[in-house]
Each structure stands twice: as structure tokens, then as C-alpha cells.
Design a protein around this ligand. Structure first.
Ligand SMILES: *[C@@H]1O[C@H](CO)[C@@H](O)[C@H](O)[C@H]1NC(C)=O
Ligand SMILES: *[C@@H]1O[C@H](CO)[C@@H](O)[C@H](O)[C@H]1NC(C)=O
Length: 451
């Protein structure tokens, strides 16, 4: 992980340059025409091939390596869709057993009750087989699979995931041991990378020990900061790759005095003082207690509300979760003056303050209205800040699976999703929209996050 962290620099830039792209559906369901992995994708499967190239599968698409555009999976894995028309794989891993065994370095793809074995991107003779024929005792409709060589596991093994259950499959003896790792999030894909093991869930990942299931400290983390990069096309032909975090925002807000802030990772920038140059600062410089970034921010009545899911998966010695998810969603309210001062009694659980169970992805208010809009996955809640107690007044469904940030200004609402943003005239129009409008591309001019 260390190595990976080092290669991922925070230097990056992005902007709103206001030119529209071709209209595109933004949601990243199984059948998306061209998913954007900076938008926060939940992968179906991840596995390396015999050359060490990693494949990230989503629906009928895949990505080759940590950067580059999505491609159709059947281009790389021939014959995959002759046997099915479902357009996705459930799980994948690379066989790591002894070199002289027939299937060393083969890549196995799982779909429903079938397993496909590929070598050098050709389907092996005799495949697909029933999973039970090749891996007796392993169930069908898997969620994830990952190889585990002897030394890391007790013997050469494969770990299969289905719901809370993990099946340790011993390659030599074909013995299966089933365990329930209740403390681990349900993995939709699993990946062995630099001898570490990662469970992917949502667009997050959690490191775990392949034998005990013990989870590393300070997880989950956002996969976009580590495993996904974009070519920085706007910086010329250098071919420089930046993490997806280079082109997504965590939050954006403007207060009554016209100060406008964008947040990403542990940094923020002032957008209104753009003409003096943009300088990123640690969030803690202005909001001392907010040490680990933000999920959503909004401003109201000379106060700024910073919301963060501070749940980190922590366990006692019996591997029981120490924090419940609801305790983890905190809201920090700062009074805006010459400096920001944390109001007494904060942070508080989001549920207590706004009557909404977190985590939330984005929040915004429009001037002159006491209503805050909170976006959580595909849902948007409105909460009247003048009401006591505060509670969800209205809930609507949005045409996005995952939103990064949102703001409301004189020209309406902007919804930020990965490297794009969408404009709506008002919250009402946003709440009635069933399809996404033409997106605008975020590119390096206005938002410059550099370290
Ligand atoms: C892959 O799938 C697409 C869409 O399902 C199809 O149009 C295309 O012909 C397939 N390509 C190959 C190489 O099979
Ligand atoms: C995780 O898997 C279990 C089945 O083992 C299922 O009951 C549960 O709903 C799943 N949790 C989530 C969050 O999907």
C-alpha cells in the first residue's frame, strides 16, 4: 500500500470551463454505454492476467489497468457472451498454483453457476464448466473471488465471497472451509495487490487479512484515490496520470458573504478569490476539528455545516464493530466570522441535527430558502431548518446513482458527478428530472488543487 500511496500524488487541477459534451446517461448500472470510473463505480470483479495487468469489470465493460477508458469485456475475453446475455461477471481471480499445473496463471471468470477459464485471452477447451465441477463446495452466484498463495494463506487457496460468507478453497485438496466474516462489508469484488488483500464495496475498499479476516486500520477508503487514474488531457502530451480524485469534488459551498469553497480530500480552495491565484489549504486550517475531509458542506445564516462520515471500521478483540454506522455521521457547525468557530456541542450526529440518517454525499441550500437538500445515493431529502424537530419533509429520486457535490447559485443547481457536472434551473426541476441533462466537463482552469 505504501508504494501505491507514493505514486498517487495529490497534485491536480480541474475547472468548470462550460462546454457541453454529448448527452450521455450518467448512471453506472450494468448496461451503461460507457461508465466513468471517476463517478464512483462498484466493480463486479477485479483480477490480474498472466502479465500482471489488472482488469476491473463492471457490467459488460472492463477497464485495463488503473487508467484509460472503459471497453467492452467481450473484446478482451472472447466468447464470453456466446454463453450468456447477462452482460456482467460475478467474480474473477488469477490462478497462482504451481507452474507445471495445467492452469497456472489462467484467469477464471464466474457467472451465475458457470466458470470460464481464460489463458492469454482465449477460452480454454471444455469451458465453461459448472462451478461445482471445478470448485466443489463453492456456491454459484458469487460476489467476489481472490487468489491467496501459500505463505499468505496456509496453503495455495482461493477465497470466494458470497454475502457474509467466505469460502476458503484449498487448491490441492479441494477442501472448502466456510467462514462468516460478519465484520467485513459484503464485497462485490476482491483484489490481491502487492501482497495485500482488498474487499471492494460501493466505491470504497477495505483491506483485510486473508486468513483471519481482520480489517486494517482507517478503512474503508475511497477507491478513486488509489486504484483509478485519469489521463490529464488538459496538461498536454505528458501522458501524466492522476488519481480520479484529481477530477472530482467532495463538496462545494458558498456563504452569504460570497465566499465560495471547494473541498477535495483533506484540502480546500477558495473559488471567489480566484483572480489572486488559487491556493489549496488543509481543511484544518479553517475548520480545525475536521481532520479527515468532508462528504458534504452547506452554508446557512452565517454558519457553515460540514458533514463527514467518520465511521472507520474498528474492532475489539472479538472482531465486533466498535462504532455503529449512525454514530459515524457527524455534523460540525462553525460560526462564520473573521474566523470560523466551532459551535458548542458540535460535532453532533447528523440524525440528531437534521433528522437524516447518513452518510450523505452532497448538500446544498438556495439563497432565501430555509430548506437544505441532502443527497444520499439516488435519493434527495429536503429538510426545513426552521422546523423543530427537523425531519425529512420530502424525499425524491434522482437520475444519478452517486453524486459527489452540489451547489445552488444565481444560475441554479449544479450537481457534480466524477469529472462532470449537470445544471438545473432549480431544486424543483432537479427533483422532477428523470433523465440526466447534457453534462459539462470539469477541466483544469478554475479549480486548482495543488500541494
Ligand atoms: C461484443 O458485444 C457487443 C455488444 O453486446 C457486440 O456488438 C459486439 O459485436 C461484441 N464483440 C465481440 C468481439 O464479440
Ligand atoms: C450482505 O449479505 C447478507 C447475506 O449473507 C445479506 O443478508 C445482507 O443484506 C447483505 N448486506 C448488504 C448491505 O448488502
Amino acid at each position: 500500500m505504501k508504494l501505491l500511496l507514493k505514486t498517487v500524488c495529490l497534485a491536480s487541477a480541474m475547472a468548470l470551463n462550460g462546454h457541453a459534451e454529448h448527452p450521455k446517461q450518467s448512471d453506472d448500472s450494468h448496461y451503461n454505454a460507457s461508465p466513468d470510473r471517476c463517478a464512483g463505480i462498484e466493480f463486479d470483479a477485479i483480477a490480474p492476467d498472466e502479465k500482471g495487468t489488472s482488469y476491473f469489470f463492471k457490467g459488460d465493460h472492463l477497464w485495463v489497468g488503473f487508467s484509460g477508458p472503459a471497453e467492452l469485456s467481450n473484446g478482451t475475453f472472447k466468447d464470453l457472451d456466446e454463453y450468456h446475455h447477462l452482460g456482467h461477471v460475478d467474480a474473477a481471480f488469477r490462478m497462482h498454483n504451481k507452474k507445471d499445473s495445467g492452469d497456472h496463471d489462467h484467469i477464471y471468470l464466474f457467472l451465475n453457476d458457470k466458470v470460464f477459464s481464460y489463458y492469454k485471452h482465449s477460452l480454454e477447451k471444455g469451458f465453461p464448466l459448472e462451478i461445482q465441477q471445478q470448485f466443489p463446495g463453492v456456491p454459484s452466484h458469487l460476489d467476489a473471488a481472490v487468489e491467496c498463495p501459500a505463505g499468505e494463506c496456509v496453503t495455495d487457496a482461493v477465497l470466494f465471497f458470497k454475502g457474509k460468507d467466505v469460502y476458503h478453497f484449498d487448491i490441492a485438496t479441494k477442501m472448502v472451509k466456510k467462514k462468516a466474516w460478519d465484520h467485513l462489508p459484503n464485497c462485490t469484488s476482491a483484489f490481491r495487490w502487492l501482497e495485500h488483500y482488498y474487499c471492494f464495496h460501493g466505491h470504497h475498499f477495505t483491506r483485510f487479512h486473508p486468513v483471519t479476516g481482520e480489517v486494517g486500520e482507517n478503512y474503508p477508503k475511497d477507491a478513486r484515490h488509489y486504484f483509478m487514474r485519469v489521463s490529464n488531457v488538459d496538461h498536454g502530451a505528458s501522458g501524466k496520470k492522476e488519481p480520479c480524485s484529481a477530477v472530482h469534488l467532495d463538496a462545494i459551498t458558498a456563504d452569504d458573504t460570497g465566499k465560495r469553497y471547494a473541498f477535495r480530500g483533506k484540502s480546500y480552495i477558495r473559488l471567489d478569490s480566484h483572480r489572486d491565484g488559487t491556493h489549496p489549504f488543509p481543511i484544518t486550517k479553517s475548520w480545525r476539528d475536521v481532520t479527515d475531509g468532508v462528504d458534504a458542506v452547506f452554508s446557512y445564516d452565517s454558519k457553515i455545516y460540514l458533514i463527514k462520515d467518520v465511521t472507520q471500521i474498528k474492532f475489539n478483540q472479538n472482531f465486533e464493530r466498535i462504532f455503529s454506522p449512525s454514530q459515524g455521521n457527524q455534523v460540525y457547525i462553525y460560526k462564520a466570522d473573521a474566523h470560523y468557530t466551532l459551535i458548542d456541542g458540535y460535532p453532533k450526529p447528523l440524525k440528531d441535527e437534521l433528522g437524516v440518517q447518513g452518510p450523505v454525499d452532497a448538500a446544498f441550500m438556495c439563497e432565501g430558502e430555509p430548506t437544505v437538500f441532502l443527497i444520499q445515493g439516488q435519493k434527495m431529502f429536503s429538510v426545513d431548518l426552521n422546523a423543530t424537530p427537523r425531519s425529512v419533509k420530502r424525499e425524491v429520486s434522482l437520475p444519478f446513482t452517486k453524486v459527489d457535490a452540489a451547489e445552488c447559485g444565481a444560475d441554479g443547481v449544479r450537481v457534480f458527478v466524477g469529472s462532470k457536472y449537470y445544471k438545473y434551473e432549480s431544486p424543483t426541476i432537479l427533483s422532477h428530472s428523470k433523465v440526466t441533462p447534457v453534462p459539462f466537463k470539469i477541466s483544469p482552469k478554475e479549480f486548482v488543487f495543488k500541494k
